[in-house]
Design a protein around this ligand. Structure first.
Ligand SMILES: [Zn+2]
Ligand SMILES: [Zn+2]
Length: 96
């Protein structure tokens, strides 16, 4: 799985949605919370965040099978985000 940790600002993001908004600056919408991001690049980029890899993989399988929306070209990806700060990882482990 690809890991995205590079973002263009100097801040230390402490929340996954904030980091995702920073990494995927052109995204039409970003939903959910967590380090696993299902990214759909069909037309407008959309990102759905998940706390655990299994849920994210199911979500990816669903949009692969049914399409993510109007102009789906099956341009979907599952990546993991990595915050600079380690604390949020610990927060997430209890949720999964
Ligand atoms: Zn940033
Ligand atoms: Zn699609």
């Amino acid at each position: 799985m690809k890991v995205y940790r590079d973002h263009r600002c100097g801040r230390q993001h402490r929340a996954w949605p904030a980091l995702a908004r920073c990494i995927f600056r052109g995204a039409g919408w970003i939903a959910g919370d967590g380090p696993f991001a299902v990214v759909s690049g069909c037309g407008v980029t959309s990102v759905t965040l998940h706390h655990d890899a299994a849920t994210a993989a199911r979500s990816l399988a669903t949009i692969d099978a049914t399409g993510c929306g109007g102009r789906c070209v099956r341009h979907h990806d599952l990546v993991r985000l990595d915050l600079d700060d380690g604390t949020a990882h610990e927060m997430c482990e209890g949720v999964a």
